[in-house]
Design a protein around this ligand. Structure first.
Ligand code: UGA
Length: 429
C-alpha cells in the first residue's frame, strides 16, 4: 500500500517506520525542513528504543522516505494519515489549527480518490469537520473518505506498541475505505474494530482518561495507605490480580505527566462540557494528580524543614522511563518547586538531560547516577528508570551529608533501605 504520513512527530514517525517495516511504501512528510534533513541524514529527532534501526533498515530497503512536500505525499499515496500535533489551548480545549491546515493542504493536492485518516488525538466530531474542510477546499471534486484511526502507542515502547497493538480501531461512516484500512493492518494480525468516526474518536479519549483514572485511583489509595500503615504496592498487587481490574497502571507515583494524559483529560472534560455533561469524575482525576505532587513536595519540605541552600540530588527528569521527553514532566515540575524554595540541585537522567537543559537551568547536570547524591542533604527519585535500581547504594549513602531518600516511584524496598542506613520515604508505604 502507498501511504503518506503528514506530521513526523512521535506518532507519525513511529507509525510511518512501522508501516514500512510491514511492507508498505511510506513517505513521511513534515513542514519542519530541519527535522526532515536530520531524518534524511539518518539521525532521529527523538529517542525511542529501536526506532533508529527500524528507520535505517526501511530507508535502505527503499520503503521509507522523507519529504517536506504534502503535494508529493498526496500524489504518491492512496492513504494519507494525519499525525500532526493537537496542543492544548489555555482553556483546556484543543487547538485544531494544524489538523485544519493539513486538511486544506491535502484537499488542494488531491486529484483522485484518497482515504484521509486521522491519527492525531482529536475531540469527537473532528472527523466531520475534516470532511467538510476537504469538500470545501478540493477544487477538482474528487471522491474521498475520512477515517479515524487513533493511536495507542506509549512513548518509550512506541515501536513495540505499534507493531503489536492490543487492537486497531477503524472509524468510518462509509464502507468504501474499510478493505484498504484492513489491508494496511493485516500483517499485524491484531484484532480490528470497525466503527463509526465519532465512536473511534471517543475510544481514544475514553481510553486515555480511564488509564489516568487508574493512576489517580491508586494514588488516592496511597494516601489512605500512608494514613493507615498499609502498603500501596501490596494493595495494587491484590486488586490487580482480579482480571476485571488488572495490575497495569496501578503504580502509585508522584503523579502522571507527559504530553498526552494531562492534555487529553482537559480536552475530554471540555468536550463533555460542550456536549452538556459535567465530567466531575475526570476533574477529580486531575485534582488527585495535582495534590499528589503537592503531597510529595510537602513530604520533602516537612523532612528537610528549610529548603534554602539544601543540596538535593534528583534522579530522573523525563516524564517516565525509556524516553527523553520532558514535556509536562512531574520530575521537572518538582525541580522547579525545589529551586523556588532555594534548594541547590544536582541532576541526572539517562536520556533526557539534553532536552531538560532547555527547561531546567541553574542545576548541575551529572553523567554518572552514582555521583548525583554526593554532598547532598537528600536524594529524590522522580522517574522510574529501571537502571536506578542498580544504584550503588552503599556508595551513595557514604557520600551523602544526610542519607535521606525521597522515592517518588517506589523503586526500592523500605526495609532494605533502612537496613542500609537510609531515611527512606516513598509513596503509600
Ligand atoms: C499514553 C497512553 O498510555 C498511550 O496508550 C497513548 O497512545 C498515549 O498516551 C497517547 O495518547 O499518545 P504515554 O503518555 O506515552 O502514553 O505514557 P504512559 O506510559 O501512559 O505514562 C503516562 C504517565 O503516567 C507517566 O508520567 C507515567 O510515569 C505515569 N504512570 C503510568 C504512573 O504514574 N503510574 C502508572 O502505573 C503508569
Amino acid at each position: 500500500m502507498k501511504i503518506a504520513i503528514i506530521g513526523t512527530g512521535y506518532v507519525g514517525l513511529v507509525t510511518g517506520a512501522c508501516f514500512a517495516e510491514i511492507g508498505h511504501q511510506v513517505v513521511c512528510v513534515d513542514c519542519d525542513a530541519e527535522k526532515i534533513h536530520t531524518l534524511k541524514t539518518g539521525l532521529m529527532p527523538i529517542y525511542e528504543p529501536g526506532l533508529d534501526e527500524l528507520v535505517a533498515r526501511n530507508v535502505a530497503a527503499g520503503r521509507l522516505e522523507f519529504s517536506t512536500s504534502t503535494q508529493e505525499g498526496v500524489e504518491k499515496s492512496t492513504v494519507i494519515f494525519i499525525a500532526v500535533p493537537t496542543p492544548p489551548l489555555p482553556d483546556g480545549s484543543v487547538d485544531l489549527s494544524f489538523i485544519e491546515g493539513v486538511a486544506r493542504d491535502i484537499a488542494r493536492c488531491m486529484t483522485g480518490y484518497r482515504i484521509i485518516v486521522d491519527k492525531s488525538t482529536v475531540p469527537v466530531k473532528t472527523g466531520e469537520k475534516v470532511a467538510e474542510t476537504i469538500t470545501r477546499y478540493c477544487k477538482s471534486r474528487v471522491a474521498f473518505d475520512v477515517v479515524s484511526n487513533p493511536e495507542f502507542l506509549r512513548e518509550g515502547f512506541a515501536v513495540e506498541d505499534c507493531l503489536h497493538p492490543d487492537r486497531v480501531v477503524i472509524g468510518t461512516n462509509s464502507a468504501r475505505p474499510v478493505p484498504t484500512m484492513k489491508e494496511i493492518y493485516a500483517p499485524l494480525e491484531a484484532p480490528i474494530i470497525v466503527t463509526d468516526i465519532s465512536s473511534a474518536e471517543l475510544i481514544k479519549h475514553a481510553a486515555n482518561s480511564f488509564l489516568a483514572l487508574k493512576i489517580s485511583y491508586i494514588n488516592a489509595i496511597s494516601v489512605i495507605c500512608e494514613a493507615s500503615g498499609a502498603n500501596v504496592m501490596e494493595v495494587a498487587n491484590g486488586i490487580g490480580m482480579d482480571s476485571r481490574i488488572g495490575r497495569a497502571f496501578l503504580d502509585a507515583s508522584l503523579g502522571f505527566g507527559g504530553s498526552c494524559f494531562p492534555k487529553d483529560l482537559s480536552a475530554f472534560v471540555k468536550i463533555s462540557e460542550q456536549l452538556g455533561y459535567d465530567f466531575a469524575l475526570l476533574r477529580e482525576v486531575q485534582h488527585i494528580n495535582a495534590i499528589q505532587m503537592d503531597r510529595f513536595f510537602k513530604k520533602i519540605q516537612d523532612t528537610l524543614w528549610v529548603l534554602k541552600d539544601k543540596n538535593i540530588g534528583v534522579l530522573g527528569l523525563a516524564f517516565k522511563q525509556n524516553t527523553d521527553d520532558v514535556r509536562q514532566s512531574p520530575a521537572i515540575e518538582l525541580c522547579h518547586r525545589l529551586q523556588k524554595e532555594g534548594a541547590v540541585l544536582r541532576v541526572f537522567d539517562p536520556k533526557a538531560m539534553g532536552k531538560a537543559r532547555a527547561v531546567l537551568s541553574n542545576v548541575t547536570y551529572l553523567e554518572d547516577m552514582n555521583t548525583v547524591a554526593e554532598g547532598c542533604d537528600a536524594l529524590v527519585i522522580a522517574t522510574e528508570w529501571p537502571e536506578f535500581k542498580q544504584l550503588d547504594l552503599q556508595r551513595v549513602r557514604a557520600t551523602m551529608v544526610c542519607p535521606i531518600v525521597f522515592d517518588g516511584r517506589n523503586l526500592f524496598d523500605p526495609a532494605e533501605m533502612e537496613q542500609l542506613g537510609f531515611i527512606y520515604k516513598s509513596i503509600g508505604r
